[in-house]
Design a protein around this ligand. Structure first.
Ligand code: ADP
Ligand code: NI
Length: 213
């Protein structure tokens, strides 16, 4: 039994219920399920994993224009259901350092709990759902789908990464790289199949674009 879980879920549902870039509450539920699966193969603090999984996108600058206010809301929520400052610190240590964008220029060493949440979040970024979320995100932000003359970008910092690219380039700029960056054996295994699904999709897409099929 995880203390305060019902209230934390209601809080996240309220925060992300209307999110329309692929980080809505259903993304959170998938990440929580994947985190539970990964947890079975690891020795880790289950409460910390589950709570960080629920809260990981609430204060992200992709989904809010006021991350500072959302961080305060997260801390108030956790303190309100009885967690202490040390636990709140561990949750922020995870959610502040786990994202792809936070690790573009520096590698943050995460706790085992952070590694599990990061793997779960990254698994939901790849495979069939990953493809769907990427087009959804691209449409929301007015990205074009593809232009063979625009090359995938390399060596980006966070500001560059947040500039519009193309949806197909996002596979090369991020999604295809995730398989080799998984932390846990469980996630590495699941990522193999999801990687293949994405590679097949992008291959077909480009062939159709070129009139080869
Ligand atoms: P993180 O929170 O790990 O930094 P990202 O910001 O990289 O996560 O992205 C989360 C998801 O949003 C990606 O997996 C992808 O589906 C989508 N996304 C992010 N940037 C782009 C982009 N430039 N084009 C299309 N989709 C994107
Ligand atoms: Ni996420």
């Amino acid at each position: 039994m995880i203390n305060g879980l019902r209230q934390i879920r209601e809080f996240v549902q309220k925060e992300l219920g209307y999110e329309t870039t692929g980080h809505d509450y259903t993304h959170i539920e998938r990440v929580v399920s994947l985190a539970k699966l990964i947890l079975k193969g690891e020795q880790a603090d289950e409460s910390l994993v589950i709570i960080a999984a629920y809260l990981h996108d609430v204060s992200d600058d992709k989904v809010t224009t006021n991350p500072a206010a959302k961080r305060k809301a997260i801390a108030d929520q956790l303190i309100g259901v009885g967690y202490d400052d040390a636990f709140v610190g561990k949750v922020f240590e995870i959610i502040d350092n786990m994202s792809y964008s936070a690790n573009l220029k520096t590698h943050h060493q995460l706790s085992i709990e952070g590694q599990i949440v990061q793997d779960a979040d990254r698994l939901d970024a790849i495979g069939a759902i990953g493809i769907a979320r990427t087009f959804y995100f691209g449409g929301h932000f007015g990205e074009i789908m593809y232009n063979p003359r625009i090359m995938p970008r390399t060596g980006m910092d966070k500001a560059e990464y947040r500039k519009r690219g193309t949806v197909i380039n996002h596979f090369y700029e991020k999604l295809f790289k995730l398989k080799d960056q998984m932390n846990t054996p469980t996630a590495k295994k699941i990522a193999e199949h999801r990687q293949q699904v994405m590679q097949d999709f992008v291959g077909e897409f480009v062939d159709e674009w070129n009139g080869a099929k």
